[in-house]
Design a binder for this molecule. Structure first.
Ligand SMILES: Nc1ncnc2c1ncn2[C@@H]1O[C@H](COP(=O)(O)OP(=O)(O)OP(=O)(O)O)[C@@H](O)[C@H]1O
Length: 253
């Protein structure tokens, strides 16, 4: 999907979050373009997860507001975010380990049907099966469809979680450290998947390894000590002196 110049799909205006007296996130204003891959990066403790949780509705901001498609969604309950077209993949997995990959995806779809479309006829069952198989292929798990989820490699499990998150056909997909704990090969496959998914939906991801996201992101936000340190295209961020200082000497990045 080409990056659009229309109004941003998501916007935060001066959002902040405190935990007791501790300021985890301070006054972050940012816009996320529709159709783009935007990465939120920063060293440990920078506030990435806190910001991510504000964007996904898992956490309420202490100040400021969040807008999705021009609508103020600040403080709405989590399930409303999902219903509006925002999905996130969880680091804490919601995969059923004893069931097959395919059954897991079907359950993800079924759960939505019973929640939102109970009035629809049972004939829709066939349609569901087709949708599940499309999702399996999309996330690269077609070959692994009959395997029980617990036998999947770590990278495949993460792909399955993303497949389940896609069941609700979100317009915005939020990914929290999608490559955490992955081998270099699994990481490459996940990065390719993210690029593929972004052709048809907006993707925002949190990552602490800067190098990983430079190649695939349209825009990058850099957080540090709860502040927005820098934002821009990958090359702007790479050349940013403040960013260089923060990442200097961190070998892995
Ligand atoms: N529920 C909480 N209660 C108290 N402090 C918190 C809570 N959640 C986060 N913090 C603090 O807020 C700061 C930012 O945390 P956050 O998890 O958002 O950072 P991060 O950039 O995601 O870090 P990492 O890369 O290590 O996951 C940290 O100092 C953290 O200890």
């Amino acid at each position: 999907m080409a990056v659009s110049t229309e109004r941003p799909i998501l916007r935060t205006k001066g959002v902040g979050r405190t935990f007791g007296k501790f300021v985890a996130l301070n006054n972050i204003s940012a816009e996320f373009s529709k159709g783009a891959i935007t990465s939120i990066i920063g060293p440990n403790g920078a506030g990435k997860s806190t910001y991510f949780n504000l964007l996904s509705g898992a956490l309420r901001p202490s100040s400021g507001s969040v807008e999705f498609e021009g609508r103020d969604v600040t403080g709405l309950p989590q399930h409303r975010f999902a219903h509006m077209g925002i999905a996130k993949s969880f680091q804490i997995t919601n995969v059923f380990p004893q069931l097959s990959t395919r059954e897991n995806i079907r359950i993800g779809l079924q759960a939505l049907v019973s929640r939102y479309d109970m009035w629809r006829p049972r004939a829709r069952h066939t349609e569901l099966i087709e949708q599940a198989d499309e999702l399996l292929a999309l996330v690269g798990l077609w070959e692994a469809r009959e395997r029980t989820a617990k036998t999947l490699a770590h990278g495949e499990q993460r792909a399955l979680e993303i497949g389940m998150a896609l069941a609700s056909r979100p317009r915005l997909l939020l990914l929290d450290e999608p490559t955490a704990g992955m081998s270099p090969e699994e990481t490459r496959i996940m990065m390719d998947l993210i690029v593929k998914l972004a052709r048809e939906r907006t993707v925002i991801l949190v990552e602490h390894k800067m190098k990983l996201v430079l190649g695939i992101s349209d825009r990058i936000l850099v957080l540090h000590h709860g502040e927005l340190l820098a934002e821009g295209t990958p090359s702007e961020v790479r050349q940013n002196e403040a960013v260089k200082r923060v990442y200097l000497g961190q070998r892995e990045h």
